[in-house]
Design a protein around this ligand. Sequence first.
Ligand SMILES: [Cu+2]
Ligand SMILES: [Zn+2]
Length: 173
Amino acid sequence: MRMIVSVCIGVTAAAALLIAQAAPAQVKAEFKDAKGQMVGQATITETPKGVQLRLTLIGVPEGTHAFHIHATGKCDPPMFTTAGDHFNPEHKQHGRDNPMGRHAGDMPNVTVPASGRLIVEHVEPMVTLKAGAANSLFDADGAALIIHQAPDDNKTDPAGNTGARIACGVITK
Ligand SMILES: [Cu+2]
Ligand SMILES: [Zn+2]
């Protein structure tokens, strides 16, 4: 009888350890504009191929906009400068087309139609939600998603000539 009890405890401890090491299944971010209006959200999911970002935008101006993961989980309006620079744990240059790049936080541009509504998905292999990893979005100061006024030229260091930050969302569990 005593042996059975100890086996059960052993299994429970192993299961608890697995849960502790697993990445959070899904986290989210709510986009707010400079006036504090909610203009969309993101669901962010760890997958075997990277972190899937699914954006549902509901009030972003028509046009092509830069989209980045920024290094700090802080979105103070109206400028959102508190979100810091692009998430860049590998200390590379900016831009998906830059031979010296890229920042892990450099996402593809998003093109919003006249309705202001867009659902778009991107799977990013250079980041993770797993705590403790060098490229984790849950490092000490967190991370934020930002949409800019202008498109990213994908090569100009350090920020791609993207203009103002028009929407920001802190990534939260
Ligand atoms: Cu940005
Ligand atoms: Zn960048």
